[in-house]
Design a protein around this ligand. Structure first.
Ligand code: PHE
Ligand code: FE
Length: 293
C-alpha cells in the first residue's frame, strides 16, 4: 500500500489477491538449470551454516528434484506439516495484500527466476529467493506461527501508522536473522540463505556487527536494502522470538513515536555483542567498490 493508503490494482492476468498460476510447465530447460545451479551451490555451502530447522525443511520438501519446484507438489507436504501453502505472484505485492496472505498462511512467491547472468544479485525477489530462502522455515511449526502472526501484526501496524518499525522486525529476523546454537551462530534469514556471498559475509566477515535480539531496539534500527547488512541480529531460538512477539505492540509503537532511530552500525551499552564489527566493508564503499561496473 502506498503512503496515501491507496492500494494499486493487480496487474493484468492476476487475480484480485494478486496471485497468478505458477504455470510450471512453461519454465524452460535453461530456467530449470538456473535453479539447479543455485540450489547445488547453496546446499553445499549451507551445511554447518544454516540452522537445523532450515536444513530439515529443505529435506522435507525435497526441493531440488529436476529443477524449479512445482508449487502443487511442495504444497502437499507443506500443508501436511504446518498448514501453509505457497502461491505464485508476478513480483512484489502491496503491503496489505502481502499481510493478508501471511495472515492466512499463504506465502506469496515470485513466479519468475533470475537470468543466468544475475546469479549473485538481483533487485526483486525471484522464485529462488522466495522458495529456497523462505519456504523451508515454514515447515517449522513455531516459525510458521510467527509468520502468520506477523501477517496479522502487519495489518495492525498499517492501521496504527507504524509499518516502518514493524518492517525492521521482518528484515532483521525473517530476511537476515541469525540464531545462536551450541555449535555456534547459524543462519535462518531467507535473504542470507539464498545468497552465496551473504552466507559467507553474515557469519564470517569481521565487518558487520552481530548483536542479540531486542524487539524495541530492532524496531529503531534502519537497514540496508542495497548491500550486505552492517548489523545482524541474533535470536536465542525460534521459540523465544515467537514469545517476545506475542506481546501487544501498541504500547511499543506509542513509545517509538517519540524515539529516534539508532545508527545503522551503532552499538549501544545495553546490546548483547557477539561481534563488534570493524565496518571495514561498508566504509570501503560496499558492493559498488567491490564489483566495478
Ligand atoms: N504482537 C504483535 C502486535 O500486537 C503482532 C506480531 C506478532 C508482529 C508476531 C510480528 C510478529 O502487533
Ligand atoms: Fe524475502
Amino acid at each position: 500500500m502506498s503512503a496515501d493508503g491507496f492500494t494499486p490494482s493487480p496487474p493484468p492476468g492476476a487475480r484480485a489477491d494478486w496471485t497468478i498460476d505458477q504455470s510450471w510447465e512453461t519454465y524452460s530447460r535453461a530456467e530449470h538449470d538456473v535453479w539447479i545451479t543455485l540450489y547445488d551451490r547453496q546446499t553445499a555451502m549451507l551445511q554447518g551454516r544454516a540452522c537445523d530447522a532450515f536444513l530439515q525443511g529443505l529435506d522435507a520438501l525435497d526441493l531440488h528434484r529436476s529443477g524449479i519446484p512445482d508449487f502443487g507438489r511442495i504444497n502437499e507436504e507443506l500443508q501436511r506439516l504446518t498448514g501453509w501453502s505457497v502461491v505464485a505472484v508476478p513480483g512484489l505485492v502491496p503491503d496489505d495484500v502481502f499481510f493478508d496472505h501471511l495472515a492466512n498462511r499463504r506465502f506469496p512467491a515470485g513466479q519468475f527466476i533470475r537470468k543466468p547472468d544475475e546469479l549473485d544479485y538481483l533487485q526483486e525477489p525471484d522464485i529462488f529467493h522466495d522458495v529456497f530462502g523462505h519456504v523451508p522455515m515454514l515447515t517449522d511449526p513455531t516459525f510458521a506461527d510467527y509468520m502468520q502472526a506477523y501477517g496479522r501484526g502487519g495489518q495492525r501496524a498499517l492501521d496504527l501508522g507504524r509499518l516502518a518499525n514493524l518492517a525492521r522486525l521482518y528484515w532483521y529476523t525473517v530476511e537476515f536473522g541469525l540464531m545462536r546454537t551450541d555449535a555456534g551462530l547459524r543462519i535462518y534469514g531467507a535473504g542470507i540463505v539464498s545468497s552465496r556471498a551473504e552466507s559467507l559475509f553474515a557469519l564470517d566477515d569481521p565487518s558487520p556487527n552481530r548483536i542479540g535480539f531486542d524487539l524495541e531496539r530492532v524496531m529503531r534500527t534502519p537497514y540496508r536494502i542495497d548491500d550486505f547488512q552492517q548489523a545482524y541480529v541474533v535470536i536465542d531460538s525460534i521459540q523465544t522470538l515467537q514469545e517476545v512477539t506475542l506481546q501487544d505492540f501498541a504500547p511499543i509503537y506509542q513509545r517509538l513515536e517519540g524515539a529516534d532511530d539508532i545508527g545503522i552500525a551503532e552499538i549501544l551499552p545495553g546490546d548483547t555483542v557477539f561481534t563488534r564489527g570493524t565496518q571495514a566493508y561498508a566504509r570501503a564503499g560496499g558492493r559498488l567498490a567491490s564489483t566495478p561496473g
